[in-house]
Design a protein around this ligand. Structure first.
Ligand SMILES: C[S@@+](CC[C@H](N)C(=O)[O-])C[C@H]1O[C@@H](n2cnc3c(N)ncnc32)[C@H](O)[C@@H]1O
Length: 308
């Protein structure tokens, strides 16, 4: 890797929070849509809602599951004797949080993001909920890769954690720290579950990154920076499973989903790919969280002076 690339790689890492905060300054609540597919995609996590939906004949003609695999972790069992606690990591403005609040009328939904602007928007939206629901959303600012979740979430309390297009915004090295951090707040003994949906390798957007200006948006293998400074990682099934296995989180199931989306205005078909997986919480939870060292910038790169 050249000095210039190393400088920018570290700069995007060090300033990741700033780039996302600027993103929310520009787009506010208007960029992502509410994730109303949670019960359809994770019926084992939301069985009652999934049952309701299956009777509504949802059309799925353009989506295909490819590369299905079932892991060795025991199946998730929904506890019936108490309300559940959820945690959405990298929650943005709450597009996964509020659908969970709706699906699960008794649950507490913790959620964090390292963008203070995003969390302000979550709090504003939570304040518009019915009074009985307002207190169920517990939003806080946190860099999940280096600030302990234990400051805001009781140890061993989370039944279900969701990571929806959140891991892909982190570098591969920092994802491990995020999962270690998560481990401290999950119910252990494999009775908790972690739901992941994210970009899959081979997605059209990745192919476009590879094609652009000889790949100058590429930071490392499967990792790219967008023009606004936010980053995107593309997972293979093996890579995602290994990431979680290294933190003691065994695979429940994983599949890659493909959809051909037709852009009528540009008259072309786009092949999008997502990866979706669930993992069991660790058998034994981590009791404390050691953050990684802060990112240091090397000296700014200056181009060599041309000799005449
Ligand atoms: C693509 S958005 C997804 C938002 C949300 N999960 C949803 O379902 O719409 C990714 C989010 O991850 C957040 N994020 C990225 N790295 C993070 C980190 N290290 N700690 C906390 N949040 C992070 C970003 O600020 C951004 O809001």
């Amino acid at each position: 890797m050249s000095v210039a690339t190393d400088f920018w790689r570290r700069k995007y890492e060090r300033d990741a929070r700033k780039y996302w905060d600027t993103f929310y300054k520009q787009h506010g609540e208007n960029f992502f849509k509410d994730r109303h597919w949670l019960a359809r995609e994770w019926p084992e996590v939301f069985p009652l809602a999934a049952e309701r939906m299956s009777s509504e004949h949802v059309s799925e003609t353009s989506r295909d599951r490819v590369e299905d695999r079932v892991g060795s972790a025991p199946t998730y069992v929904v506890p019936v004797d108490r309300p559940r606690a959820f945690l959405e990591v990298g929650c943005g403005v709450g597009n996964t949080v509020f659908p969970i609040v709706e699906l699960e009328p008794e649950a507490t939904v913790y959620c964090c993001d390292f963008s203070a602007r995003a969390i302000d928007l979550v709090k504003q939206r939570a304040s518009t909920l019915a009074e009985k629901d307002r207190g169920r959303v517990k939003a806080f600012v946190c860099d999940a890769t280096c600030e302990s979740l234990l400051d805001n979430v009781p140890a061993g309390s989370i039944d279900v954690a969701t990571l929806v297009f959140a891991l892909s915004a982190m570098s591969r090295e920092r994802m491990s720290f995020c999962l270690r951090n998560l481990s401290t707040v999950m119910r252990d003994g494999q009775i908790g579950t972690i739901c992941v949906r994210d970009y899959a390798a081979g997605d059209l957007a990745q192919e476009r990154f590879e094609g652009k200006s000889a790949g100058n948006q590429k930071i490392s293998e499967n990792f790219y920076v967008r023009s606004d400074g936010t980053r995107a990682y593309y997972f293979t099934r093996e890579d995602l499973s290994a990431l979680f296995a290294d933190e003691g989180m065994e695979l429940r199931n994983v599949h890659v989903q493909e959809a051909v989306i037709t852009n009528r205005a540009e008259a072309n078909d786009m092949s999008r790919r997502w990866i979706q997986a669930t993992f069991a919480s660790p058998k034994a939870a981590a009791t404390n969280f050691e953050p990684p060292p802060p990112v240091e910038l090397p000296q700014r790169w200056t181009p060599p002076v041309k000799s005449s």
